[in-house]
Design a protein around this ligand. Structure first.
Ligand SMILES: [Zn+2]
Length: 173
């Protein structure tokens, strides 16, 4: 388009075009070309502005992705640390249990494990103020009398949930 405008201008300047009609046509075409060039420059400007905005948006999104990734990394690190802590605690508790079990008669341990498997992981419960802390039910007077009559080293169980009752000074006996 620029080439065409330059060619037209050259023809105009050369004085080769002498007919008034041709001159007028040529000038009109030059004006039209100038307008189109202006329009195209506006389009180019707009495209450049949009590209700039898109680049800014891309940079912003890249930044956000990096921030989110940092959060994911942080959460992953904390999760791994928590896993390690839980593993260490589990190992410690397992060791502690082994030591405790070593001092308890085998039959009682078996009974405890059987009840524990059946009662959601709790095989023994404290008898606290006449209440089984396993099932939260209060023992009736007959049950209390039976517990009172039992020898100190006898294994007493909750009539309701079957858990081994652990007697303490707070049992309310
Ligand atoms: Zn109970």
């Amino acid at each position: 388009m620029r080439q065409r405008a330059a060619r037209d201008q050259k023809r105009l300047d050369s004085g080769a075009v002498t007919s008034p009609k041709d001159l007028e046509n040529l000038q009109r075409e030059l004006a039209s070309l100038a307008k189109r060039q202006g329009d195209l420059e506006d389009v180019v400007l707009e495209v450049m502005e949009r590209r700039e905005a898109a680049q800014e948006r891309a940079a912003e999104l890249t930044g956000r992705v990096a921030a989110i990734q940092a959060k994911v990394d942080d959460a992953t690190a904390r999760r791994d640390a928590a896993y390690a802590e839980i593993d260490a605690e589990a190992a410690s508790v397992t060791k502690e249990r082994e030591l405790t079990v070593a001092d308890i008669p085998e039959a009682l341990v078996k009974l405890y494990d059987r009840i524990r498997a059946k009662e959601g992981g709790v095989g023994a419960a404290r008898l606290y103020q006449r209440r089984c802390e396993g099932c939260r039910l209060e023992l009736n007077i007959t049950e209390l009398n039976e517990v009172r009559a039992a020898a100190a080293d006898a294994v007493v169980r909750c009539e309701n949930c079957g858990r081994i009752l652990v007697r303490t000074p707070d049992s309310g006996l």
